[in-house]
Design a protein around this ligand. Structure first.
Ligand SMILES: Nc1nc2c(c(=O)[nH]1)N[C@H]1C(S)=C(S)[C@@H](COP(=O)(O)OP(=O)(O)OC[C@H]3O[C@@H](n4cnc5c(=O)[nH]c(N)nc54)[C@H](O)[C@@H]3O)O[C@H]1N2
Ligand SMILES: Nc1nc2c(c(=O)[nH]1)N[C@H]1C(S)=C(S)[C@@H](COP(=O)(O)OP(=O)(O)OC[C@H]3O[C@@H](n4cnc5c(=O)[nH]c(N)nc54)[C@H](O)[C@@H]3O)O[C@H]1N2
Ligand SMILES: [Mo]
Length: 886
């Protein structure tokens, strides 16, 4: 046996049982004999492999965690024997290495995992049009050839198209390559119904820029050097130590070193707060708006121009509309201004700290203290994550956040910030300094971020992800024809649907959209479900057909910088595709053939040329801060070596250096042209540099926001940032609010983006499982009431489903509130219907509110000690390995 990979394939086929029992990743067949040598099993016994013959190759880690880090793999004889991260230059705060986290650095445990989907498979009782559909998720699997698999897929698509039309195909994924190759084929085939949603952003999505004037995405706060100047950093639901991978948290540590003090407003005293010694202001999930209204009340009622100046009146007058009766838009009744809403002038209910305290749980004194921490004159950064916006009826949140920032003048100046700083919007803010090159292939539609990528899709209709299971089951849904629009969305129109195919390419819709139990019903209703997948997570398991797709390490290569402003990365194929896994491009092409289409129409050249095009077209912002110039110098010899068509060009570094290092990082300096202070021009001269809102100012009163929400038909929103109690929020945990009598589901639960996951990814990585136990976080007080001890298995029940987790009893979460990691894989027990995997969406049933927000963090539950068989610890759990023997 010459290649290790071939050997692994044979073992996978013959030795399935030992794989299953040993929980072994294929790489563990290697036996280390020294730091430099491995013993590899061979047909003649074994053979010694020396690391010195190996090559370090930049390896992809493109998961949607918000980080982009350099990962390199040492490949010896087709085997990855070691991984490392960025050592291309010495580390320093101004010029930091781009270091990978525990997930990226344990990728080889997963790429070579025993649970890889190795061959195309069909469900045993599947036949054209579905067969025995209720067996989805429980049926046995049969290994089949790629030819047969693609044949089945093509016949189902052709049949459904001719009987019901392309609108019967649901493609529940919304962004980015490599999904684009397959979605292009489906578009070429006549289209499909896609999805839109507030996903990550929650209610932070719509109001950006053109609506109320708040900057969005990467430009909402100042660049990373700025935090060295800030005095107080107030983090509203922010946990960069876990959820801003890459260097996000490193910049917080620099600010700490420079003397900033930290405050965390969050139900959880998270690891970021612990590392930064932040003061904790614990609040209940979904209540930030109430808290901030009371902060505004304190500022309004205690501000005094001479003795106690808390409000930046100059900023309010110059840069906002709607604050008080004197600053209302001309055509609006002055009565409806913000100040009078907060004071309760007309309603009789002041939004004072006493009112807010009852809702959010923070004491009256602490609310007042928070208001003073934010006051005018101090260098304050108000930073938020998205998590507080992933709650029910939270549309007022971005607007009240902006309002408090405006009242205190924390916009447009060094050391002052007011905006979102999570995910890839971490403290490394400012416009991207690179433009990733286009591959020059023809593509359909708009990208996730609204950039037009080419040909108009034949069907331009999308359903909110939070509505898709209902749409499949009831045949009715609101549909949007302009989901990619940058400014709000098109109108949501009630429509009828008749879905017959669910096509899962990327994404793990069953695990990541609300109401997974309904999702399973939907999967079991349609005629046909196909999943392209790497591992048997929920989507794959509940399908009729599984197509094994390659991981980033087996893909041809790509260029990306989604996540870090100053660095760009490339990765290349580390090992040949494992087993019979195929790239998305290959699957797309072969599917075209089966559907009777001309491959050249979408793929006029090969993957090598497409990769080369991305490289050559990649641009970097020049040191003048204005013009983009090519990143790479490419010679005729390079072009010949690459074996592509192209022309010579001059750039910043030779292509060979980029390919070898896997990265290029701009050296930033606090005094260079790349500096970014958000809103700087606007604040200096609001007439000359207006915001793109109707008034050109920040809109504390926004009729447009109200109108946009109305046309989405999920409810009404006041033009002002008014507090509305959410469905499945704190208030709903009571059967009687006045007497404070709790209802049947008395605890608030939310899902937290977890260090041991990038969504559903890494849930099956043995090293990660050892380090990150994926428990239910429950506070000591509640645990005592419920007679739950640390490590006990507990049953968590909501109106929508139930699951098991082992408890982590801690002082770091607010009483009455519990948290569960986002991204656990569904594992429904057939008899009881309980999800042993502990996926949060088996509990979350929330229907969208306001701007279509999926309220992932508004869940009400009851919890009890589980007297049945306890769950094994995460580290002891067997991998889910499907029997893939022929
Ligand atoms: N309850 C609750 N739900 C949530 C959230 C929450 O906080 N709580 N968070 C929401 C958020 S913010 C987000 S962004 C979404 C994320 O939701 P998803 O995008 O659905 O989640 P992922 O787990 O990233 O999905 C990736 C899937 O693609 C597969 N995959 C990875 N690489 C490749 C590849 O190269 N090719 C192919 N074909 N497949 C690949 C992986 O195996 C995995 O199954 O979840 C949302 N859902
Ligand atoms: N390791 C890891 N990192 C990730 C991801 C991942 O899956 N794993 N996913 C990435 C993606 S796509 C996204 S969108 C981002 C999401 O990142 P965020 O939107 O920031 O979400 P979380 O990390 O879940 O929560 C951040 C903090 O908010 C708190 N919180 C929850 N609800 C509320 C609330 O109502 N009010 C307040 N004040 N605080 C609240 C939580 O306790 C937590 O401390 O993370 C990205 N980063
Ligand atoms: Mo996200």
């Amino acid at each position: 046996m010459s290649s290790f990979i071939e050997r692994a394939c044979i073992i996978a086929e013959n030795d399935y049982i030992s794989f299953l029992e040993s929980n072994t990743a294929a790489t563990e067949l290697l036996q280390p004999v020294s730091r430099e040598h491995y013993l590899i099993p061979d047909q003649n016994g074994s053979r010694l492999l020396s690391f010195s013959s190996g090559k370090w190759i930049p390896a992809g880690c493109n998961y949607d965690c918000g980080g982009r880090c350099l990962i390199k793999s040492l490949v010896v004889d087709g085997i990855v024997v070691q991984q490392k991260t960025d050592d291309t230059h010495a580390d320093s705060p101004n010029y930091p290495q781009q270091r990978g986290c525990c997930r990226g650095r344990s990728l080889r445990k997963q790429v070579f995992g025993a649970d890889r989907l190795k061959y195309p498979m069909k469900r045993k009782h599947y036949s054209l049009g579905g067969g025995n559909k209720e067996l989805r998720g429980e049926d046995k699997w049969e290994r089949i050839s790629w030819d047969e698999a693609l044949g089945i897929l093509a016949s189902e698509l052709l049949r459904v198209k001719s009987e019901y039309g392309n609108q019967a195909i649901l493609f529940p994924y919304f962004w980015a390559d490599p999904a684009i190759s397959v979605s292009d084929v489906l578009n070429h085939f006549g289209g499909y119904i896609g999805v839109w949603g507030t996903h990550s952003y929650g209610s932070w999505k719509l109001p950006v820029r053109a609506v109320i004037g708040l900057e969005g995405f990467l430009t909402s706060v100042n660049d990373r050097f700025d935090y060295l100047e800030t005095e107080t950093i107030v983090m509203f639901g922010l946990n960069p130590a876990w959820s801003s991978p890459g260097n996000g948290f490193y910049y917080y540590l620099q600010a700490k070193k420079a003397g900033a003090e930290f405050i965390l407003v969050d139900p959880f005293y998270n690891d970021s707060a612990a590392a930064l010694h932040a003061e904790w202001m614990p609040i209940r999930p979904g209540t930030d708006t109430a808290l901030l209204l009371a902060v505004a009340y304190v500022l309004i009622t205690e501000d005094n121009l001479n003795e106690n100046p808390l409000i930046d009146w100059d900023f309010l007058r110059r840069c906002t509309v709607g604050f008080d009766a004197d600053s209302m838009p001309y055509d609006t009744d002055p009565k409806w201004n913000f100040k009078d809403y907060v004071l309760g002038t007309y309603s009789g209910q002041a939004k004072n700290p006493k009112w807010a305290s009852e809702i959010c749980g923070l004491s009256v004194e602490k609310i007042r203290q928070l208001a003073y921490s934010l006051r005018k004159g101090k260098k304050v950064s108000m930073l938020s994550g998205y998590a507080n916006g992933r709650t029910s009826e939270s549309d007022a949140l971005p607007q009240i956040f902006m309002t408090v920032g405006a009242m205190t003048g924390h916009f447009g100046k060094a050391g002052h910030n007011c905006g979102v700083a999570c995910h890839r919007q971490n403290l490394n803010s400012g416009p991207f300094l690179y433009k990733v090159g286009q591959d020059e292939l023809p593509h359909y539609g708009k990208s996730h971020f609204g950039a037009n990528t080419g040909i108009e899709p034949p069907i331009r209709l999308a359903i909110n992800t939070a509505d898709i299971w209902d749409a499949v089951l009831s045949g009715k849904a609101l549909a949007n024809s302009d989901p990619g629009a940058q400014v709000g969305l098109g109108e949501n129109v009630p429509m009828e649907f008749d879905f017959h195919v669910i096509f899962n390419f990327m994404g793990a819709a069953l695990e990541t959209t609300p109401n997974a139990n309904k999702g399973i019903e939907a999967f079991r209703k349609v005629d046909f479900v196909v999943s392209c997948a790497q591992y048997p997570s929920g989507n794959a398991l509940y399908s009729d057909l599984i197509l094994p797709v390659t991981t980033f390490w087996e893909d041809f290569g790509s260029v990306n910088n989604l996540g870090t402003r100053d660095t760009i990365f490339t990765y290349r194929r580390v090992v040949e595709p494992l087993y019979e896994a195929k790239s998305s491009r290959w699957i797309a092409q072969e599917l075209m053939k089966k559907l009777g289409m001309q491959v050249e129409e979408l793929f006029p050249f090969d993957e090598n040329q497409a990769y080369f095009n991305k490289l050559k077209n990649t641009k970097v912002l020049d040191s003048d801060g204005c013009s983009y110039v090519p990143l790479l110098t490419i010679t005729q010899t390079d072009i010949e070596e690459f074996g592509v068509v192209g022309e010579e060009q001059t750039g910043k570094i030779p292509i060979s250096e980029f390919l070898e290092k896997g990265t290029y990082q701009l050296k930033l300096d606090p005094n260079d042209a790349y500096r970014y202070i958000a809103y700087e021009d606007f604040v200096r001269d609001p007439e000359k540099f207006p915001r793109p809102t109707d008034s050109g100012k920040l809109e504390i009163y926004s009729q447009k926001y109200s109108d946009l929400v109305k046309q989405l038909r999920y409810g009404e929103k006041s033009p002002l940032p008014e507090y509305v109690a959410g469905k499945d929020g704190y208030e709903a945990s009571f059967s009687d609010w006045e007497s404070k009598t709790k209802g049947p589901y008395p605890y608030q639960l939310y899902s937290i983006h977890y260090m041991g996951r990038a969504h559903t990814n890494f849930a099956n990585n043995p090293w990660i499982r050892e380090a990150w136990a994926a428990p239910l976080f429950i506070c000591r007080h509640d645990a005592e009431t419920l007679k739950i001890k640390n490590g006990d298995t507990v049953l968590i029940q909501s109106r929508f489903g139930s699951c098991l987790r082992n408890a982590c009893v801690t002082n770091r979460i607010l009483p009455g509130v519990m948290a569960i990691p986002h991204g656990n894989w569904i594992e429904i027990n057939t008899g009881s219907g309980i999800d042993l995997g502990g996926n949060e969406n088996t509990l979350c049933g929330s229907s969208p509110s306001g701007q279509g927000t999926a309220a992932y963090n508004s869940i009400l539950v009851k919890v009890s000690r589980w007297d049945g068989k306890p769950l094994v610890a995460e580290s002891q759990k067997h991998l889910r390995i499907l029997d893939q023997r022929r």
